[in-house]
Each structure stands twice: as C-alpha cells, then as structure tokens.
Design a protein around this ligand. Structure first.
Ligand SMILES: Nc1ncnc2c1ncn2[C@@H]1O[C@H](COP(=O)(O)OP(=O)(O)OP(=O)(O)O)[C@@H](O)[C@H]1O
Length: 308
C-alpha cells in the first residue's frame, strides 16, 4: 500500500515553551484507519493540527498526497477533511446550507450531487432542510463529518470523535467511519477509548509526551504483546496455594475458588500441561477452565509503562 501522508521528524514547541511534539516520523497508508492513542496532553491534537495546516511546525517535514504541507499548503489541505473535537455549528442554519457553505470555503464549485451523496451516506439526507438546532447530538456529530467531507477529501481526521457520547452513539459513529473506509477514505482518528481503537483501527500509533512510541498493525500488536490468562475454577475452596503451585506463578483469588495463571500466548510451551499435572499431583479437583486474551487496554498500559 502506498503512503498518502509522510511525516519526517516533525516537532512543535509552542511560544509558551511547551514542547508538544518531539520528532515524529510516520507513514500513513492510503485507505487505512490509523488510531492515535495517548494520554491527555500527549500531542495528538498538535500532530493533527500541523497536518491540517492549523499549527505551524517548529521542525521537520510532512507531505500529504506528495504535497509539502507548508510550501504546497493549498494542494495538501484540499485532500484533507477535519472533524474537530468541539461541536461548533450555526444552529439556525439548515443542514444542506451548512455543507454547501463548507464546500465553498474550500473554493470548490457548487456540487449538490456530491453533497447529496455525502448526506445520504451519513443518513442525513432526510434532514437536509432541518435547522441544526433541531437535530439530536448524534446528528450534529454527523453534520460535522458531512462538513469535513463536503469538498471530497481523500483523508479524514477525526479528533476524539466519540468523546463524551453514549454507547449507542459511539457505535453509530463507528459504523459511519467503517462505511467511509469502504469508500476508500483514509482515516486518522485520535481517541482515549482503547475499545474504539480495538474496534476500528487497522494500525495503532501510541503517542506519549510528544513522542511516537510505536506504530503497529493492531493484530500484530495484540499478538506480540498480548498475554493470556488461564482461570482455573476449583471444586472446593483452598485456604492457601500449596507451594508446588505457588512456585509456578499461580495466584489464588480471595474466594479460594479461582486460581489464575498468566502466560505468553506466543510461547512455544504455555506451561498449562505442567500446571494441570501439578493440580492432579496435589489432589486438587478442577471444576472448570477458561482463558481470556488480554485487551488492547492491557497492551497499552504495559507499553506506556515499559517504553516511556
Ligand atoms: N496553543 C497552544 N499553546 C501552548 N501550548 C499548547 C497549545 N496547544 C497545546 N499545547 C500544549 O501542548 C501539549 C500537547 O497538547 P495536545 O492538545 O496536542 O495533546 P493531546 O494529546 O491532543 O491531548 P488531549 O487528549 O487532552 O486532547 C500539552 O502540554 C498542551 O498543553
């Protein structure tokens, strides 16, 4: 897959002296969904804002569709749609006029056929003549996306698209984003919700304190850093773990009935056979077994701890 965005050693120090971005290098592939994860103040919005031409970088280069974001600002910007964090809309305007106006801001000729396609894709066509103040929160968020798509960009940035929204609305947004990807739009989203990255992303980038700690295919990340937990449910409670079991790295829950064992899901030998043999040797009856793969959240917490 070719790169639609190439970022080299990008940095930003604000006038206040805050060093928000410290030499980020990254290639974003055409057609992918890249999720940028990171704690508050990590530099995610700064990164997006530079690529969208809203913040001037202090150092480094970035190209969007082959266009330098500073020297060829217009060409680069015309390929990008940005959905900002905050909902800032003209509440007395209609949906259709709002997206027409956005398209005009990009200096694009009117094209109501394109806007109709966008509004239909976002399930807003029926609401085209409604005033924005009459719309639900979810519809207003979709209007923000429609505005960002009004000029037909190939890349869409979504800054915290589901911050503070309820579960249903979050799922609705995910569906919208998936549909856009199916149409070939490259999507870069920032999020605090690991579940969101786990659900949506092809690749995950982790930013912390202005540095890109890693970028990896989500599946590889889960595979490489993921751990599994085996939970053994006992037939009768134990007051304490026999030494032979404790020395295998097991832990007993306070209820005395569940024992858990954490293991590397990629290791050649999981150690489970040895473990079960040890239970049998101690005469402990096992009632049930279950395993659980660690979530992206577990992986993220481990990485930020280990790499930071
Ligand atoms: N305009 C600005 N002037 C000075 N400092 C800024 C400015 N914008 C952001 N910063 C600082 O730069 C750092 C990175 O902020 P940024 O908003 O990029 O992080 P973020 O990862 O998007 O955080 P959040 O998840 O809270 O949105 C923070 O320390 C922030 O206070």
């Amino acid at each position: 897959m070719s790169s639609i965005i190439e970022v080299r050693d990008l940095s930003k120090t604000y006038a206040s002296g805050t060093s928000a971005l410290k030499g980020v290098t990254l290639d974003i592939r055409e057609g992918e969904i890249l999720a940028l994860l990171g704690p508050n103040g990590a530099g995610k919005t700064t990164f997006i804002s530079i690529l969208c031409g809203l913040v001037t970088p202090s150092g480094g280069q970035a190209r969007v569709g082959g266009h330098d974001i500073q020297r060829e600002y217009r060409e680069a910007r015309s390929l990008i749609g940005l959905v900002p964090q905050e909902i800032a809309l003209e509440f007395f305007e209609t949906v259709m006029n709002t997206v027409r106006f956005s398209r005009g801001l990009y200096g694009k000729a009117p094209d109501d056929a394109h806007l109709e396609r966008v509004l239909r894709a976002l399930a807003l066509w029926d609401k085209r003549d409604a005033k924005l103040r009459e719309l639900s929160g979810g519809m207003k968020r979709r209007v923000l996306i429609a505005k960002a798509l009004s000029h037909g960009p190939r890349i869409l940035f979504l800054d915290e698209p589901t911050a503070g929204v309820d579960v249903n609305l979050r799922r609705e947004m995910w569906e919208v984003v998936r549909r856009l990807k199916a149409e070939g739009v490259t999507i870069i989203l920032t999020t605090h919700y690991l579940e969101e990255a786990e659900e949506m992303a092809d690749r995950v980038g982790i930013i912390d304190k202005g540095r890109l700690l890693l970028v990896r295919d989500k599946a590889d990340l889960m595979h490489e850093f993921g751990q599994k937990v085996l939970t053994v449910e006992l037939a009768t409670p134990l007051a304490h773990l026999p030494e032979a079991l404790a020395s295998l790295g097991l832990s007993l829950a306070p209820d005395g009935l569940t024992v858990s064992y954490r293991y590397d899901s990629n290791a050649d030998r999981s150690g489970i056979a040895r473990l079960l043999a040890a239970f049998a040797a101690e005469g402990i009856a096992v009632r049930d077994l279950s395993t659980e793969q660690s979530s992206l959240e577990d992986v993220f917490l481990r990485l930020v701890r280990d790499l930071a």
